[in-house]
Design a protein around this ligand. Structure first.
Ligand code: HEC
Ligand code: HEC
Ligand code: HEC
Length: 465
């Protein structure tokens, strides 16, 4: 009798296991690569937890199980909104390289969905075969998305080299360069763009908050202008869509250049006969806000820092970076830093929550400011509170202090705190040093010479070599 029962149990268990494995099979090979990805993600229930409008499972309405589900849905959506990517996969459109990097990462380590989900929702487990489907697709995506000539294994790297140059009208850029350095854009002729974004100081001012006319302080740290052209939007809160839009801001910002209007600025510039003649030769309709900001944008398209040691490594020179720096890059990828800090600018491709894993603002110990709201200032959506455009990490060794609030003085602190607040790990000293070593390889060249910062007394916290 006992024996019979035992074999019955074994048979039932074997059957269940067979069904479970069958449910977890990979989508049919007849489908296109994109369709297989969609099928894998749909089967994985990703949209149950990663969308503002989740497809909830049937047990979400039950008393105890329901509360667990809703907590997952809340924190899942807080961590990652997958709706834009799913939409683009199904209907076409641009997919963010950040979304690709994030999904690829959780697919490869099988972390999503979690066991408590896939053990109930049979068929949703991310098996290694399904993970491969996502990884292959991500690889093809990068090769197509970044047309930057990386070869072999490097073609699949989440970080990409800075272009040697971008196509730009040289005459407009030359005018933009003059305007960029022109203090007449400010109300009392004391401040130019270069006052806060000096090209000899790595495009920043190395101050917590910038000083505008009359020594007035702003409320947020100035990012660098170098490689800003790669950012998907400009400013910490993304309020400018393009560099030209951005350039219209500072001249009229009361704590920066404080001019009353572009008409006021143009009246001053018009008195400069020589400049006006040069300007009208290139812009036949003469001075206007649109032409001024266009010229500045053209100039900023030349503010690239290619040829960093890291870029040489990406382009195939294996010896361009040391073993320690390579280890640092591997850690940067292993810890998922490279899911937010992606692409040529090593960031600048998405908005992310500051304090994803631990409440940054509670720990900071300073009162909250308007700027701390980040993207929320623009959208008024609660989910966007404390979300910032991810800063690019190019030349980051030269652009201290760090974070939107300029509260981290050294790069080591900034890195250590990223571990705590964004990744949820406490990096060891050795790991921090390796990541720092890697970040130092991101310093590039401007006009054929290594980018330097006149304010530098050799990056105090980390002495390379
Ligand atoms: C039951 C809800 C649930 C399901 C289903 C689910 N997730 Fe998640 N996901 C979460 C939660 C909660 C978090 C945040 C905590 C964490 O990272 O573990 C998260 C985090 C993530 C992150 C961010 C991780 C990081 O470290 O940045 C990604 C990417 C992600 N999920 C992708 C997916 C994908 C792809 C699927 C489908 C294959 C999926 N998730 C299915 C709940 C879910
Ligand atoms: C008084 C100092 C100051 C002046 C003058 C100034 N900026 Fe800025 N700049 C800042 C600060 C601070 C920010 C960040 C503001 C924010 O994100 O809300 C910024 C942001 C930017 C950004 C966005 C970079 C990014 O990663 O989002 C660009 C590009 C830029 N400035 C270019 C310019 C140009 C061009 C001029 C001249 C027309 C100029 N700035 C004048 C301080 C200044
Ligand atoms: C979930 C997305 C995310 C992850 C993962 C992440 N970062 Fe960041 N990183 C950000 C955001 C957002 C900021 C800006 C924070 C702020 O200004 O308050 C930032 C800022 C930084 C800065 C300061 C840059 C500057 O100019 O101010 C450094 C350095 C940095 N990150 C390195 C890392 C490293 C190293 C890792 C991995 C250990 C990492 N990040 C992981 C989103 C992320």
């Amino acid at each position: 009798m006992k024996k019979k029962l035992l074999s019955l149990v074994v048979i039932v268990a074997a059957l269940l296991a067979a069904v479970y494995i069958y449910e977890n099979r990979t989508p049919s090979a007849e489908l296109s690569a994109t369709e297989r990805v969609v099928a894998t993600l749909e089967r994985g229930g990703c949209m149950s937890c990663h969308s503002s409008n989740p497809d909830l499972p049937f047990y979400a309405t039950l008393p105890v199980a329901g509360a667990v589900v809703m907590q997952d849905v809340d924190s899942g959506y807080r961590a990652f909104d997958m709706a834009p990517m799913m939409e683009a996969l199904k209907r076409g459109g641009r997919i963010s390289p950040v979304d690709v990097a994030k999904v690829e990462r959780v697919a490869l380590d099988g972390r999503m969905p979690s066991p408590k989900y896939y053990l109930i929702n049979w068929g949703s487990q991310m098996t290694s075969a399904k993970g491969e489907i996502i990884a292959d697709w991500a690889e093809d995506y990068r090769e197509a998305y970044y047309d930057d000539g990386l070869e072999g294994d490097m073609a699949d790297e989440p970080l990409r080299p800075i272009a040697l140059s971008l196509p730009v009208d040289k005459q407009k850029a030359a005018l933009g360069k003059l305007l960029y350095h022109d203090v007449r854009l400010s109300v009392d002729n004391t401040v130019s763009c270069a006052s806060c974004h000096g090209l000899n100081t790595a495009g920043v001012d190395n101050k917590q908050y910038s000083e505008g006319v009359g020594g007035q302080l702003g409320g947020v740290n100035a990012p660098t202008v170098f490689n800003a052209v790669y950012n998907f939007v400009q400013f910490w809160d993304g309020r400018a869509a393009t560099l030209a839009d951005q350039a219209a801001g500072p001249p009229l910002n009361p704590v920066e250049m404080a001019s009353a209007s572009f008409d006021e600025i143009i009246a001053k510039l018009r008195r400069d006969r020589q400049l006006t003649r040069a300007f009208t030769q290139v812009y036949p309709d003469g001075w206007s806000q649109a032409n001024i900001t266009d010229a500045i944008e053209c100039f900023e398209m030349t503010l690239l820092t290619p040829n960093s040691r890291f870029d040489k490594y990406l382009r195939g020179d294996e010896d361009a970076i040391t073993e320690e720096e390579k280890d640092g890059y591997e850690l940067f990828k292993d810890y998922g830093c490279a899911t937010c800090h992606v692409g040529p600018n090593v960031g600048g491709e998405s908005y992310e929550l500051m304090g994803l894993r631990k409440h940054y603002f509670a720990d900071r110990g300073l009162p909250l400011t308007v700027e701390d709201n980040g993207r929320f200032k623009e959208t008024g959506e609660e989910r966007d509170r404390h979300r910032f455009k991810v800063p690019g990490l190019r030349n980051v060794a030269l652009t201290w202090p760090y974070y939107h609030d300029g509260t981290r003085e050294t790069l080591k602190e900034a890195v250590c705190n990223m571990g705590t607040y964004q990744v949820g790990v406490s990096l060891s000293d050795d790991e921090e040093d390796k990541i720092l070593a890697f970040l130092h390889t991101l310093t590039g060249e401007y006009e054929g010479k290594p980018l330097t910062n006149e304010n530098v007394q050799v990056a105090a916290e980390y002495d390379h070599d």
